[in-house]
Design a protein. Structure first.
Length: 326
């Protein structure tokens, strides 16, 4: 197993990593925080000939927020914790961020920080928890396994991205999911996903999709797919272009429909009305979705899905999400 041999370089990297932990959570009694964390890591590197801590529990007391989680852990917490390790060098067999992490060492470390115990290897980790049938249904914090049996594992971020420790010569990084995972596992305690209904659709919105679908003659999974792709089921989302709410309606569109885009019930009803109108106008679901994304004028101008990469990707993602929904 290779490690960084230049102590000065290592200590500089450790200080940079440690600065991300300082202040991220209050240090509990008996645990190190802030500068003591950096000091503890640096001192473990200097003595010549000594073995650096490398077990999954050797540094638990040095990391803020470790131990039993206070209440259910969310996928967003998993992703936020994983981001703290961005820039840590890949080291095969690594479980100590002072030296480096491999893919399964990263996964084990992140979940240990939040009080969730996982086995050590990617092959073992790819078998824990419950299976998720497709990437379209994956949620932040899910584990993506690659290979059969798994030889690589990563943490799903959402929007087709993951946090991983790829291979020697790289650092922990955010990367697109370019190869389909061979396994997707949800390992969080049951309480962390209690608000999710069938297919990962928030239970609070499922009835809205059903009602609006029945009112406007649309399949509910179309509306849920649009909400998932548009906002990730976030009713307060605002895009850089100004689209608002759960269904990402533009202010002018919302005004024309007579709905408040930040009220989930009104947003879903407005989106259903707009999609129903688009279907009547263009006669196909891909064109109706293209009009929802780029505007009806653009669809008419090009006589089909406009040649905008963002719109073409949007249509494909919504259709894929619909196909994977129950």
């Amino acid at each position: 197993m290779s490690v960084l041999t230049d102590v000065t370089s290592v200590q500089s990297r450790v200080a940079a990593i440690a600065s991300r932990f300082a202040g991220s959570a209050p240090a509990s009694a008996g645990s190190a925080g802030g500068s003591s964390f950096a000091s503890a890591l640096s001192s473990s590197l200097v003595p010549s000939g000594q073995t650096l801590p490398g077990t999954a529990t050797s540094m638990t007391a040095d990391l803020p927020g470790t131990g039993s989680a206070a209440g259910p852990v969310s996928g967003e917490q998993v992703v936020a914790d994983a981001r703290r390790y961005l820039g840590v060098p890949y080291v095969w067999g690594g479980t100590n961020p002072a030296v480096g992490l491999d893919c399964s060492g990263l996964v084990q470390r992140v979940y240990a920080d939040l009080g969730v115990s996982l086995p050590r290897t990617s092959q073992q980790q790819a078998l824990v928890g419950t299976p998720v049938p497709s990437l379209a249904r994956a949620q932040p914090g899910d584990l993506l396994g690659f290979g059969q049996p798994a030889t690589h594992i990563a943490i799903y971020v959402g929007n087709g991205q993951m946090i991983e420790a790829p291979h020697p010569g790289t650092d922990v990084q955010v990367a697109p999911v370019t190869t389909g995972p061979t396994s997707i596992r949800r390992v969080l305690p049951r309480g962390s996903t209690a608000s999710l209904g069938i297919g990962g659709v928030p239970a609070a919105y499922a009835a809205l999709f059903d009602h609006a679908g029945a009112t406007y003659g649309l399949p509910p999974n179309l509306l849920s797919a649009v909400a998932q792709v548009e906002s990730g089921f976030n009713p307060t989302a605002v895009s850089p272009a100004g689209a608002q709410g759960l269904m990402q309606l533009m202010p002018g569109t919302s005004a024309g429909l007579g709905v408040n885009p930040f009220d989930p019930a009104q947003a879903v009803a407005g989106a259903a009305q707009l999609l129903s109108r688009n279907l009547a106008d263009f006669g196909s679901l891909p064109l109706a979705l293209a009009a929802y994304n780029a505007g009806a004028g653009a669809v008419r101008q090009y006589g089909g899905v406009p040649p905008y990469p963002q719109t073409q990707e949007y249509v494909a993602r919504v259709l894929a999400t619909m196909r994977s929904a129950p």
